[in-house]
Design a protein around this ligand. Sequence first.
Ligand code: ZN
Length: 312
Amino acid sequence: MLKRAIENKKVVNSYLFLGNEGIGKKQVALQFAKALNCLKEERVDACDHCLSCKKIDRAFHPDVLLIEPIGQGIKKEQVTQMQRELAYKPYEGKRRVCILTAADRMAHDIPNTLLKTLEEPPLHTVIILLANNSRFILPTILSRCQPIRFNPLPISLVSKWLMESKGLEETEAHLLASLSDGSPGKALEIQEEIRQIPREELLKDWVGLKSLSFEKMGSWVESLPSQRENLLLMLEVAKTLLRDLVIVKTLKKEPKLIHSDLLQVMEPLAANWSLSSLLNRMEILHHTALAIKGNANTSLALEAMMLSWAEG
Ligand SMILES: [Zn+2]
């Protein structure tokens, strides 16, 4: 879409890139800035070799401004500083490109300031706002930008990228990709944490175990991470373990598992279960994760989950 805009000379003044964290919005915005300023003529893409492309790659092109949040979000001074720069013509590039990451996390007094710039865009300037969620952006800002949606990537693509660009083994790449929500950045971010999770133990002694003693349940709840985000990731892993058990239970031949390294452990466990109780346990887990995401008290939510698990 962006290449076509360059080709047809239809590049607009402001874009809004929308999509999950780590999905590649910033990379695409920088690549677009390179393509707009590339010194090789007749290209709708960046050559990656000219002086301009190299400067943008090394983050010292004077006409490409990357504004990233300081602390909790973007500060007003950052935006007013940007606006001061915009008063001048680009120094050396064909177009000035301002990339405002985290446009959904701006201080509350910024949108009105920013709106003025979006309403009267300076010449030779492209402003790109990046956001995970359009819900936190004022409609007046939204209406001034051309939205470009970044959809989650297929698991196979994330997995391929992890193997080819990051040198990961297939099993780990597939596991991380499956838990990444289609975001390569998230896959990398959770890598260390996933390595720390004792998946086999989790499966054998907890999620895959049919009869749980109350004592054991209590000790599991206590051993779970206290930080909400880590806990949610752990629950997500537990969910994929249950999902794999369902697959092992239903597809006898060469099941395609997320935790393919645990197939041997899963087979005897799956035999103990009925499909409906597995699905039931999965659903309870899913609702617990949703409740915790929605800020429910974590220990209460977990205890309720364990009780429902014990019942059915
Ligand atoms: Zn170039």
